[in-house]
Write a protein that binds this ligand. Structure first.
Ligand code: SF4
Ligand code: SF4
Length: 352
């Protein structure tokens, strides 16, 4: 492979020796207790994983602390999962308990495996991105504070994956998580004609709109937005800073349920709308925390062993889901996208 000076090094170079030796030849794995995995290779060699929750936005000091623990207990072999869990990869079983004791002394939780709630994957939020309709880490902190015990104890019917994306661009896997918190704009972009003429290419701005809601305005050397065609996606703002879409009064949060990536037992599923709108209420977002907690509790009470949120809803039917959760079904739940008609239930057996 040619050497370059950009991009990360190939991951294969950083695997623990035990994984290199047994690459692709693993016989089975088991969960020894929440947060501790044991993988056994065909050769009989073993590797242990200790999974720890992280806050995702980490200071360099915290990363140094993580690296020091990795040096001390597992020859420096540590990784981050796609949901921002820290995983220490140990080849020496004796180091598991001392590592856990030190991790816990720092106030970090150990868990997130099997039928636990894994760490929440989330996006940038107000701290960094330009189009968020809501914050990311602030809400995640508030929700995880409430659901903390589900991370540490395996007391759910199945895996639980919660995600947050602060706008419809969905950098945060909200389409394929059991519960998704999704920031939404609810008003069209406001065009700053003077700025747009100076800073943006009009054809690119027009082409950025998925619903064809943007038309050139040659007189002003700018564009107009046909408001009834706008779906408030914010794509045009990504193209032009003159299409401001953030709206402190109207932006908020929607809650989606039933997505999953796994193809175990049933095919992967996309999440669907459960709650169309909740207000942005920083710093602790009580409405969102309450709604997510309620969904977890209703699912945990009614689902069968091993049944993910989406599988449970498919079994009982969406009508029962709305009944059991007490969430009102409104016109906002009906997909009015032009090509959605073939997906509607239209048989005479369908009653509401
Ligand atoms: S989801 Fe949207 S607002 Fe959030 S980080 Fe991604 S692009 Fe930015
Ligand atoms: S917010 Fe989205 S739908 Fe609305 S004008 Fe911009 S790109 Fe088009």
């Amino acid at each position: 492979m040619p050497r370059t000076d950009f991009g990360p090094p190939h991951y294969g170079e950083m695997l623990p020796p035990v994984i290199k030796r047994n690459y692709g030849k693993w016989a089975y794995h088991e969960i020894l207790k929440p947060g501790v995995l044991k993988h056994v290779a065909e050769s009989g060699e073993e590797v242990y994983t200790v999974r720890v929750g992280s806050a995702r936005l980490l200071s360099t000091d915290t990363i140094r602390e993580i690296c020091e623990l990795a040096d001390k207990y597992c020859d420096g072999y540590v990784r981050f999962t796609s949901r921002h869990n820290i995983e220490f990869l140990l080849s020496n079983k004796e180091n598991i308990e001392p590592l856990i004791a030190e991790v816990k002394a720092k106030g970090w939780p150990v868990g997130g495996t099997g039928t636990c709630l894994s760490n929440m994957v989330h996006t940038q939020g107000w701290i960094h991105c330009h189009t968020p309709a809501t914050d990311a880490s602030g809400i995640v902190k508030a929700v995880m504070d409430e659901l903390y015990s589900y991370f540490e104890e395996a007391k759910l019917p199945a895996k639980l994956r919660i995600a947050l994306a602060c706008c419809l661009n969905m950098c945060g896997a909200v389409h394929c998580s059991d519960i998704a918190i999704l920031g939404i704009h609810r008003t069209p972009p406001r065009v700053n004609h003077e700025m747009l003429a100076k800073v943006s290419e009009i054809p690119t701005v027009v082409a950025s709109c998925p619903t064809g809601a943007i038309r050139p305005n040659p007189k002003l050397k700018s564009v107009d937005v046909i408001e009834e065609r706008c779906m408030y996606c914010g794509n045009c703002y990504t193209m032009s800073p003159a299409m401001e879409i953030m709206d402190p009064e109207n932006d908020g949060i929607s809650i989606w349920v039933g997505g999953k990536v796994s193809n175990a037992r049933s095919a992967p599923m996309f999440s669907r709308l459960a709650i169309p709108y909740l207000p942005n209420n920083p710093p602790r977002w009580p409405e969102v925390v309450e709604a997510v907690k309620h969904l977890v509790e209703v699912w945990a009470t009614h689902a069968r062993k091993g049944e993910r949120m989406g599988e449970w809803i498919e079994r009982i039917g969406w009508e029962s889901f709305f009944k059991l959760t007490g969430i009102p079904f409104t016109d906002k739940h009906i997909d009015d996208f032009i090509f959605s008609v073939p997906t509607f239930r239209t048989t005479v057996q369908f009653r509401w």
